[in-house]
Design a protein around this ligand. Structure first.
Ligand code: FAD
Length: 391
């Protein structure tokens, strides 16, 4: 496959680069590299940056114009992501709506649902939270117990969700609910759109290992939403949700490879300053890390090829998720080991440096978006066609 840009894509790349050169200045330039899909650091600054991107119509490039996009191609969307990440621009905060829920709604929503929600997401005016996981249903998501029952023109929802990223800033939640308790467990589930600001919804942040309050518990007690706010078929939410999870495994995390490269470069710089890079064993470990990152990069290129050729990723995105999450966790461990005892000392008020944040945040990466063990099962069953997992 030819990975070089054609003339139209080259022109678009130049436009994005020029825009970034003009706008990634001042406070935004001072905050290069901040944030991530599950990181709430520098929220207000990132939101201000996201609104600038929205004004320049650089968000959701491949979405139809009627929903605020440019009606562009997936290649252009990827070019934007590459250039934005390579420039280390602040990471936007509307991850859930733009990268996960939006594409799901584009694919499965009704025209009325799309017209109502997508333009506000593109303008960075409306924020979403994902209500899938429950205390007893994470990897075994189909075992979820939150129930929704019809009451006239509304659904009434009762249950508990957990680990809802950016839940406390969400205006709306897209929630998986059991709507038919008598159906087999994958079948009686629906995806409901639930306004977060109502008496039946109680959202409580959980403090994570880096001290941030990015994910939340969500208690739904007689929460209500309109009968027509179901995405896809009633009882057909499993298929819809699997599309969301697939998107999470590549597009949301594609920019990571640039962030990881910066982390590796700064580790090399610090070690060089300390005279450690003269040690052949240190050099060997750093070379191994660099090779691993190249493997991640080439896998991403392969995934981009599949996505642009077929419009879908399928189970192959699990290869990418498994590789980058494992690689990054190993880099975190390597940093801590090579930086020595000083790496274990935190600043006043639990202030963490970039290496410490990277190491601690990476612990979650082999869990969210489907844990490593689950990715391996998907690959074994759906890509390698090995016998199914015993249940
Ligand atoms: C930072 C972060 C953000 C998140 N954001 C969201 C969000 O916005 N919305 C949301 O709904 N959820 C979110 N999650 C939840 C995430 O999807 C779940 O944590 C994940 O699916 C794992 O579920 P669990 O935590 O219940 O672990 P469990 O499923 O209990 O797994 C525990 C361990 O057992 C292993 N295991 C489980 N089943 C099997 C099996 N069949 N075979 C082999 N091993 C197995 C797992 O791999 C894991 O190592 C987030 C999680 C994190 C860490």
């Amino acid at each position: 496959m030819d990975m070089n840009d054609g003339p139209a894509d080259a022109e678009f790349r130049a436009e994005v680069r020029a825009w970034l050169a003009d706008h990634l200045v001042g406070e935004f330039a001072d905050h290069r590299g901040v944030g991530g899909p599950t990181d709430d650091e520098h929220w207000d600054l990132r939101l201000a940056w996201e609104r600038q991107l929205a004004d320049a119509r650089l968000l959701n490039i491949s979405w139809p114009e009627e929903y605020g996009g440019r009606g562009g191609t997936v290649e252009q969307e990827i070019i934007f992501l590459q250039e934005h990440a390579a420039a280390a621009a602040p990471y936007w905060v509307g991850v859930q709506g733009r990268d996960l829920f939006g594409p799901t709604l584009l694919r499965h929503g009704t025209p009325a649902q799309k017209a109502r929600f997508l333009p506000a997401i593109t303008r960075a005016e409306q924020f979403w939270g994902q209500g899938f996981s429950e205390p007893g249903a994470g990897s075994d998501l189909a075992g979820l117990r939150t129930r929704a029952v019809r009451d006239g023109d509304e659904w009434v929802i009762d249950g508990q969700k957990i680990w809802t990223t950016f839940g406390d800033t969400a205006d709306w939640l897209y929630v998986l609910c059991r709507t038919n308790p008598d159906a087999p467990k994958h079948r009686g589930i629906s995806m409901l759109l639930v306004p977060a600001d109502q008496p039946g919804v109680d959202i409580r942040p959980i403090r994570n290992i880096v001290g941030s309050r990015e994910f939340c518990e969500v208690f739904l007690t007689g929460a209500r939403t309109a009968a027509d706010l179901v995405v896809g078929e009633v009882d057909g939410g499993w298929k819809v949700a699997m599309g969301t999870v697939g998107a999470e495994r590549l597009l949301t995390t594609l920019p990571y490879q640039y962030m990881f490269a910066r982390e590796l470069r700064s580790l090399v710089d610090v070690l060089r300053d300390r005279g450690r890079t003269a040690d052949p064993l240190v050099r060997q470990r750093l070379a191994d890390a660099w090779i691993g990152l190249e493997v991640v990069r080439y896998t991403n290129l392969r995934m981009i090829g599949t996505l642009t050729r077929t419009g879908d990723l399928g189970s192959e995105s699990s290869v990418s998720k498994l590789q980058w999450a494992t690689w990054h966790q190993r880099l975190g461990e390597l940093s801590m080991r090579l930086l020595g005892p000083s790496a274990e000392i935190v600043g006043d008020g639990y202030a963490l440096d970039g290496f410490q944040r990277g190491f601690l945040n990476s612990r979650a990466e082999t869990i969210y978006g489907g844990a490593n063990e689950i990715q391996r099962t998907i690959l074994a069953e759906r890509v390698l066609a090995l016998p199914k997992e015993a249940t």
